[in-house]
Design a protein around this ligand. Structure first.
Ligand code: HPA
Length: 307
């Protein structure tokens, strides 16, 4: 990692109340969680050395650190997009900083268009896997061996144990959570109907312009990832209507209570390193704990394929 990331880490370490163990990256219009952080310290990206500036509507560009449910965390409210003209390295810099600050698990969220016809605008979708159609990769260039391997494994990029935890937490909170594959594209133009048909054939359920670069960088650094898409609209051609960014923001506004409820519970569960079964055991439909703690980066389990 270049000097700029270490400058950012040094700067933040002096200002954060506690080192975060969980990170959250909030997508377009999904900044509400930042208001739920206790003992919050808010640091605008513009003040953090080496942080690129983001200017998209719905992205405020502030790092909020503190606690949720007692768990030390750092929330990135507003992300840097590739379509803004930043390099892939710049796009993943904030995610790398989360990892370097000590986050062992990062919850990555986004707004996405629904490709699979069973999805509806307003659904939340747990990302099971992704397809990288950015035409680039944040790991291009000399490898920083101290951060991770030259050829990182991506066969369990959205870790199966963390997905099981997320599903368990969602059930417990009674927040409906669909599952699917996210395809990441360059943007900023929305897709054509022909592209959406092609992506469906490729196996994608939802499409967006973010997430994939950060998830690659986090996997490179051995950080556990949970991905959640807010389906803000049906993708081009699925419904007979044009796509507008205002619809994306209107949908995130509509689902924000459910979304925040899920994230708050998820952060608490991940931070406690408690397994799904341990969580369920605290409810009346108790089952015995059988799984290992979910928060740690060690002991990755093999990917489970969609049935
Ligand atoms: N396509 C790409 N990115 C998006 C969409 C979409 O339909 N909705 C929200 N982000």
């Amino acid at each position: 990692m270049g000097k700029r990331a270490s400058d950012a880490v040094e700067y933040l370490m002096e200002r954060l109340p506690v080192p975060p163990v969980v990170g959250v990256i909030l997508g377009s219009g999904l900044g509400e969680l930042a208001g739920r952080v206790e003992e919050a310290v808010r640091i605008p990206y513009a003040e953090i050395p080496g942080f690129p500036a983001s200017a998209v509507v719905g992205h405020s560009g502030v790092l909020v650190a503190g606690r949720i449910g007692g768990v030390p965390l750092a929330v990135l409210s507003g992300r840097i997009h590739y379509y803004e003209g930043h390099s892939m390295h710049a796009v993943v810099q904030p995610a790398r900083v989360l990892a370097l600050l000590g986050c062992r698990t990062v919850v990555v969220t986004n707004a996405a268009g629904g490709i699979d016809r069973s999805l509806r605008a307003g659904d939340l979708m747990l990302i099971e896997d992704h397809i990288n159609l950015f035409g680039s990769n944040p790991l291009v260039g000399p490898n920083r061996d101290e951060l991770g391997p030259r050829f990182p494994d991506m066969s369990d990029a959205y870790r199966a144990d963390l997905r099981a935890l997320a599903e368990s937490v969602a059930r417990r909170c009674r927040v409906p959570l669909k599952k699917g594959v996210y395809v990441g594209v360059h943007g900023p133009s929305y897709e054509t109907p022909a592209e959406i048909r092609a992506f469906r054939t490729l196996g994608a359920d939802a499409v967006g312009m973010s997430t994939v670069p950060e998830v690659i960088a986090l996997n490179h650094m051995g950080v556990g990832v949970i991905g959640i898409s807010c389906i803000t609209n049906m993708a081009a051609g699925v419904l007979r209507k044009p796509l507008v960014h205002e619809e994306v923001l209107a949908t995130t506004e509509r689902v924000k209570d459910r979304f925040v409820k899920l994230l708050v519970a998820l952060v608490a569960a991940v931070g406690e390193g408690r397994s799904p079964d341990t969580l369920l055991a605290t409810t009346r439909s108790a089952r015995r704990p059988t799984r290992r703690p979910a928060g740690g980066a060690a002991g990755r389990s093999p990917a489970r394929r969609k049935a």
